[in-house]
Design a protein around this ligand. Structure first.
Ligand code: GLU
Length: 297
């Protein structure tokens, strides 16, 4: 016990030192203590999924995720641990498949590489702000949706010239290659000077240093970046798309897709979804919505 207390005191001191000036609150982020734990089922009744069979003989699941999206999917560089709403979704459904959280290996996969990762079997499923749409359904499967986001804009706090997508003409706009927000700017706002990077965090770095004028993607992601440096960045304008988040699966594994839909429904009903939201994405200030209806196509 003494050891634990000492460790906690040291951790607090380190945190305080990291804050710089005294009295500065620690950076916001998922608070592990408030996270729900999920009852691990046997999963034995789920048969005929080649993805699950492979995971069972491997001994663990491999789940694709993001590592640089605050409140959603973030990797702690010191511990290697992933946290956030998407990570909780991945854990709650894994529990119904028979896998405890310590039997999930998370692997970071960028937006542009998700379909290939699922097609090549690099990951068993993917949970990372992944919009369900018909084009992607030709390549992968989707369970869900489990959340509904919408495209928005992140700009520097002192910039009054951009207040919505119609203000983007001639502006340098950054997004992740292969993402739906990138594709929408290309198609609907062709006068914007669109720049594609691997990750949104690279876009945000370039926004702060004035190399680009705006970052565009889902409001959920942008709110997380703005919350980290509210003196420098703000989210502006209306939501100009619908981005229903799904769990990506190998396309032909309909058993896995069905089991994931059952698992989502189960955890939405028993309150886990809500608790997970409140402990993660809810910290960005938006109260928990009702999850969208699951689409069993
Ligand atoms: N939800 C959008 C997409 O799936 C943007 C977020 C992302 O790139 O992960 O393309």
């Amino acid at each position: 016990m003494k050891k634990i207390v000492t460790a906690a005191v040291v951790a607090a001191a380190v945190l305080l030192a990291a804050c710089g000036k005294e009295g500065t609150p620690p950076p916001k982020g998922p608070q592990p203590s408030a996270l729900p734990s999920y009852r691990v089922e046997s999963g034995a009744g789920i048969t005929g999924s080649s993805t699950l069979d492979a995971a069972r003989s491997r001994g663990h699941l491999v789940v694709g995720a993001k590592e640089d999206q605050p409140y959603l999917g973030q990797k702690n560089p010191a511990t290697g641990q992933y946290s956030g709403f998407d990570i909780e979704i991945a854990k709650m459904v894994a529990a119904d498949l028979g896998f405890a959280p310590d039997r999930i290996e998370f692997r970071t996969i960028a937006s542009a590489n998700r379909e290939t990762a699922l097609q090549n079997g690099q990951v068993d499923y993917y949970v990372g702000t992944y919009t369900i749409n018909d084009n992607r359904k030709k390549l992968v499967g989707f369970a869900g949706p489990y959340y509904l986001a919408g495209q928005s804009l992140l700009v520097r706090r002192n910039d009054a010239t951009i207040n919505g997508p119609e203000d983007l003409d001639g502006k340098k706009v950054c997004s992740a290659a292969g993402s739906t927000p990138y594709q929408r700017i290309q198609k609907d706002y062709p006068k914007a000077r669109l720049i594609g990077y691997d990750s949104y965090s690279a876009c945000v770095d370039n926004l702060i240093t004035s190399q680009v004028d705006a970052v565009t993607t889902d409001n959920t992601i942008l709110m997380g970046y703005a919350a980290k440096v509210p003196d420098e960045l703000k989210v502006v304008g209306p939501l100009f798309s619908q981005e229903p988040y799904g769990i990506g699966t190998p396309r032909n594994d309909t058993v896995l897709r069905g089991a994931l839909n059952d698992a989502l429904a189960h955890h939405e009903e028993n309150g886990d979804w809500r608790k997970a939201y409140d402990a993660t994405l809810g910290l960005s200030g938006v109260p928990a919505p009702t999850p969208p209806p699951i689409d069993r196509y």
